[in-house]
Design a protein around this ligand. Structure first.
Ligand code: MF3
Ligand code: CO
Length: 289
C-alpha cells in the first residue's frame, strides 16, 4: 500500500507519515526483502486500540483475581465458570470462549493431566493435591484479552509444585526475549531450553497466538522453536506467551467425545500460565497476566 509522505500516518497518531511510521515501514520492507517473515499492518496495534485492549484486560484480570480469592478444595469447576462469567458480565464484558467454535462454557479449566481446553462442569470437583489452569478470555467493545493462571488446591506434592513454578518461570524467560526487530522464534527457543533443563517437555501442536482485535490472530507462536526463526517482532504487535509444560512426554491426545479437552498421553501432569504482551520500542509491556 502506497501512502503519501505528507499524508496522515496509518497509525492514527495524526502525525504526517514521514514523521511517524515511514522509517518503520522501510525497515519492515527491508527485512521482508531479506527473507524474514514480517507482520502486516493489521497485526500492529495502534495506541487507541492498545487502550481499548487494556480495558478488556482489566476485566480479564479481575475475573482471574476473583477466582484466586475463592478457589478451594471441594469447589466444582462449574463454580469457577460462574465466577468468571459473573465478574466479566458485571464489568460489561463477554466471555470469549462461550460458543467459540462450539465451546460450551465461559472459561477453560484444565486439571492435572489436562493440558488445555478443559470444560468446566458440576461433576469436576477440586480435591486436595490438584493443580488447575484457569484460562480466561474476555471481549470488551470487540477487543480481546487472554490470560491464564495455575492454582494449587490443598496439599500439593513437591513435584507438582515444581512443575507449576517452572511453567511460570518459562513465561518469564520467554518474556525477556521479547525485543523489537528480533524473530519471535527466540521466545520459544528460550522457553524450550529452560523447560528441558528442568527435565520437562513442551507441547508442540498447540501454541500461542496474536490477540487483541481478534481472539486468535497471526502469528501462531511455537514454544519449541529455534533462535532466528519465525515472524519479526515489531512495536505494536501483541501476542500470548503460554507454553504448556509437561512433567512427562510432550505427546497429547484430544478427548474424542467432546472434541475439546486436551490431556497428556502418558497421564502425567501438565502446567500452563499465559501472558498477553505488547511489543514496544524497547521491549515489551504486559497487557494481561
Ligand atoms: N484461551 C485459549 C487460548 O489461549 C482459548 C481456548 S478456545 C476455547 O487460545 F474455546 F476453548 F476457549
Ligand atoms: Co491464548
Amino acid at each position: 500500500m502506497k501512502i503519501g509522505r505528507n499524508s496522515p500516518c496509518w497509525c492514527l497518531s495524526g502525525k504526517k507519515y514521514k514523521q511517524c511510521h515511514e522509517a518503520f515501514d522501510n525497515k519492515l520492507n527491508s527485512l521482508y526483502n531479506q527473507g524474514y517473515e514480517v507482520p502486516d499492518h493489521d497485526l500492529i496495534k495502534v495506541p487507541v486500540e492498545v487502550e481499548s485492549i487494556k480495558k478488556s484486560a482489566k476485566i480479564n484480570m479481575a475475573a482471574l483475581d476473583a477466582v484466586a480469592e475463592k478457589i478451594c478444595e471441594g469447589m466444582t469447576t462449574q463454580e469457577i465458570d460462574d465466577i468468571v462469567s459473573d465478574v466479566t458480565t458485571k464489568m460489561g464484558g463477554i466471555c470469549a470462549p462461550l460458543n467459540y467454535d462450539g465451546f460450551p462454557k465461559s472459561v477453560c479449566t484444565s486439571v492435572n493431566e489436562q493440558v488445555c481446553h478443559g470444560i468446566p462442569g458440576e461433576d469436576v470437583v477440586l480435591k486436595s493435591g490438584d493443580i488447575i489452569n484457569v484460562d480466561c478470555s474476555t471481549i470488551l467493545d470487540g477487543y480481546f484479552s487472554d490470560s491464564s493462571r495455575m492454582f494449587l488446591i490443598g496439599d500439593v506434592s513437591e513435584e507438582k509444585k515444581r512443575l507449576v513454578k517452572v511453567a511460570k518461570e518459562c513465561c518469564d524467560i520467554g518474556l525477556k526475549e521479547v525485543k523489537p526487530w528480533e524473530p519471535i522464534g527466540n521466545v520459544g527457543a528460550a522457553i524450550k531450553e529452560y523447560a528441558h533443563d528442568n527435565g520437562y517437555t513442551i507441547v508442540r501442536e498447540i501454541g500461542g497466538h496474536g490477540v487483541g482485535l481478534e481472539f486468535h490472530e497471526d502469528p501462531w507462536v511455537s514454544y519449541v522453536s529455534n533462535r532466528g526463526e519465525g515472524m519479526i517482532m515489531v512495536p505494536g504487535m501483541m501476542f500470548t506467551i503460554e507454553p504448556m509444560v509437561n512433567m512427562g512426554k510432550h505427546t497429547i491426545k484430544t478427548d474424542p467425545i467432546n472434541g475439546w479437552e486436551v490431556s497428556t498421553l502418558d497421564g502425567k501432569p501438565s502446567a500452563q500460565w499465559e501472558y498477553q504482551i505488547l511489543v514496544t520500542e524497547d521491549g515489551y509491556e504486559l497487557i494481561s497476566w
